[in-house]
Write a protein that binds this ligand. Structure first.
Ligand code: ADP
Length: 369
């Protein structure tokens, strides 16, 4: 180490060259006084190459040309743009390449002179990762959109031949009923039934793709009113099943798509009654505020769902109770619910104990809709 350096200089050099960030000290004219090891690595210059030169050599245009004016303006008016504030700027390496960096500047007085200390962090990698993530998100959004479009086109085009099959089976049945024996007629009837089922599945697929393609019509929605309307809509089902629907507390007003959110609650409530063998079926609706979010829930005392299927139940056409004709559905309700929640930038999940009941939770990110 240079023996002519004072203890203070040695201390300053040691500290400067230990920190991970780049540090540059300039005087009030912009001339570089110190340049630590990290700055040497970041810019590709040695301290000797920059010593005494103007700091604008590290800046690309237009910052290069603007920097003198900025320093003079600050000296005259004290108007701060970076000092004590920090910001992201573009810098230039020795090889001419540019990179984004985070810059913090502070001012100090040393032996009557004004000096500025700049601390520098190369954020190229962070920027690159952000860009990569953004690219993935865009790709995902695009492929989701393409899937929805594909489902729409495919199901739309499938409808016609199915309808044709069903009609022809119907004609055969009508025109040849006398000629065909009983089992021939039964087969044609079965064909018509399967065609109808296929048509329903295609309609569900069409509706699913529509949920992904159509814009949401958002407005302030009083969820208490939503539940009241559903209660009226399901009055007969509730009575016939000896089911009681209750709200555990006054629900908030949220900014969402009214018909879609009504559909979410209606589906969850219908399932809570449908998959319930209890003599007194209970469905409770409530919410828990967690941070900025409200986590809504629909709880039942029904048959429950084996935790192994807690993700699968949301898959299209997935049903867990195939054997039970009395509650036969098409396995799309929860898929629609999930799609609607995701369109509201929310999340849905469930907790359940088989035999005791299930609770479906969901969030609606109203700010992001
Ligand atoms: P569907 O009711 O038409 O079969 P869903 O998508 O609404 O379709 O539900 C998928 C499956 O998840 C159902 O077939 C059922 O097995 C199960 N399920 C849904 N909700 C409940 C619930 N509250 N309790 C128990 N099982 C449920």
């Amino acid at each position: 180490m240079n023996t002519s350096l004072s203890d203070k200089d040695i201390l300053l050099d040691t500290v400067m060259n230990t920190v991970i960030d780049g540090l540059i000290i300039i005087d009030s004219d912009g001339s570089i006084q110190r340049f630590n090891t990290a700055a040497e690595k970041i810019f590709g210059y040695s301290f000797d190459e920059v010593r005494g030169r103007n700091v604008k050599m590290l800046m690309p245009e237009p910052y290069h040309s603007e920097h003198d004016g900025y320093l003079h303006n600050y000296a005259r008016t004290g108007d701060r743009k970076i000092i004590g504030i920090g910001r992201e700027v573009t810098a230039q390496r020795k090889d001419g390449s540019t990179f984004p960096m985070e810059l913090g500047v502070d001012q100090m007085q040393l032996e009557g002179k004004t000096l500025f200390v700049g601390s520098i962090r190369d954020i190229s990698e962070r920027r690159q990762s952000e860009l990569t993530i953004q690219n993935y998100i865009s790709q995902l959004e695009r492929s989701n959109q393409e899937l929805d479009d594909f489902a729409y086109i495919a199901s739309h085009d499938l409808k016609e031949p199915i309808r044709g099959l069903s009609n022809n089976a119907q004609f055969l049945l009508e025109d040849f009923e006398e000629t065909l024996d009983e089992s021939g007629c039964a087969r044609l009837q079965r064909m018509i039934l399967l065609c109808n089922r296929m048509e329903n599945l295609i309609d569900d697929l069409l509706y699913f793709s529509r949920l992904g393609r159509q814009e949401l019509a958002v407005q302030d929605v009083d969820l208490n009113q939503v539940i009241q309307d559903i209660e009226v809509m399901l009055e007969q089902t509730l009575q016939e099943n000896n089911a009681v629907l209750s709200i555990s507390q006054v629900l908030p007003t949220v900014f969402c798509d009214l018909p879609r959110i009504t559909e979410v609650f209606r589906n969850l409530i219908s399932n809570a009654i449908k998959y319930n063998k209890n003599t007194e079926k209970r469905v409770t609706i409530g919410y828990t505020p967690i941070g900025e979010d409200n986590v809504f829930y629909v709880r039942d005392n029904g048959i429950g769902i084996d935790p192994r299927f807690s993700t699968e139940v949301f898959r299209i056409f997935k049903r867990l109770n195939q054997e039970d004709e009395s509650v036969r559905g098409t396995g799309v309700g929860l898929t629609f619910v999930k799609k609607i929640i995701e369109r509201h930038q929310g999340r849905i999940w469930l907790e359940s104990e088989p035999g005791k009941g299930s609770t479906f939770y969901f969030t609606i990110n109203t700010a992001a809709v």
